[in-house]
Design a protein around this ligand. Sequence first.
Ligand SMILES: [Cu+2]
Length: 190
Amino acid sequence: MSASRTTLLACAILAMTACAASVPSDKVPPVWVTSEGAIVDVPAAAPAPAPAAMAPSVHVAVNDKDLVWGDAPPFLPPGAKAVLVSGDPTKAGGFVIRMKAPAGYKIPAHFHPGDEAVTVLGGTFLIGMGDTFDTSKMKALTAGGYMLMPAGHHHFAACGAGGCYVQVHGTGPFGMTYLNPADDPMKKMH
Ligand SMILES: [Cu+2]
């Protein structure tokens, strides 16, 4: 890491007023600091416009208590409740889902066509990577915890003590493929 990057990292961690003295504000490029403390430059150029095929965004501002819950979609094992907070997972574009399930709820090994991001809102969410469900390989995430599962990565999940309440976001179209077809709840329905 270069000296200037080290300075930027320190600036990002300290209060902004502490940085103003050492780095003129007009010389500090916009940066993000990652979860591991790395610096990511924010490009000066504007992002490319969204593809025309993408579903238009719709304004959402909702409190947790006002969400209307239903049974989770049938591609998830039964027992979970879910609500689509924004977007449409069946179309191109961003979506946000919330899901609640009781302690002991399990999702067998599977993968998705796009990245899957999970933010834990309550309880304990257990996540593991690999081709078969293995409790010993799982990490427990609690409220405020976050997980990003890259597209195509094999993983499995469960709810720990207190059940789990998670927010899932990603970019559609969303899909779910179970590594063992016998685990697919859609197939079990027929
Ligand atoms: Cu998943």
